[in-house]
Design a protein around this ligand. Structure first.
Ligand code: HEC
Length: 120
């Protein structure tokens, strides 16, 4: 009887855990509301990012320099975007342009990654 009770309790916990996990997976990702726009990203880049990324200041990976970006997780747009927005090692959050919105940041990162993408 005791064994049965324990089994039921464990099953209930597993089911509850699985349920809340499934709910977390289904929650909409706020980043999915962003509409990426290369042209808009170029505008943000030129006004807020080029100061370091054109010249490689503080060892910032230079725009369109494939080697400089190769060792970074460039296929992980969301990781790059998160790093650029929140800061990463020598990269200050939003490049210290705190007025930029999440949409601005996403566009700028999208533009930068577009510069190193293989194009047919
Ligand atoms: C004050 C200088 C500076 C400015 C301005 C700046 N960055 Fe950076 N950025 C850096 C440096 C330095 C790194 C390299 C970080 C490291 O590896 O130490 C970097 C790295 C990055 C990376 C790579 C992150 C990764 O995961 O490897 C991205 C993406 C990025 N910057 C985007 C941006 C965007 C977008 C802007 C404009 C909104 C911007 N940066 C403005 C200095 C700057």
């Amino acid at each position: 009887m005791n064994h049965m009770l324990r089994l039921v309790t464990i099953t209930a916990i597993v089911l509850l855990f699985g349920q809340s996990w499934a709910e977390a997976e289904n929650r909409p990702d706020p980043a999915s509301d962003l509409k990426l726009d290369v042209g808009e990203g170029k505008r943000v880049y030129q006004s807020s990012c080029s100061g370091c990324h054109d010249t490689g200041k503080n060892r910032a990976p230079k725009l369109a320099d494939k080697d400089a970006w190769a060792k970074r997780s460039f296929e992980w747009f969301s990781v790059m975007n998160n790093h650029a927005t929140k800061g990463f090692l020598n990269m200050p959050p939003k490049g210290q342009h705190y007025e930029l919105t999440d949409q601005d940041m996403a566009n700028a990162v999208f533009y930068m990654l577009d510069q190193i993408r293989e194009k047919p």
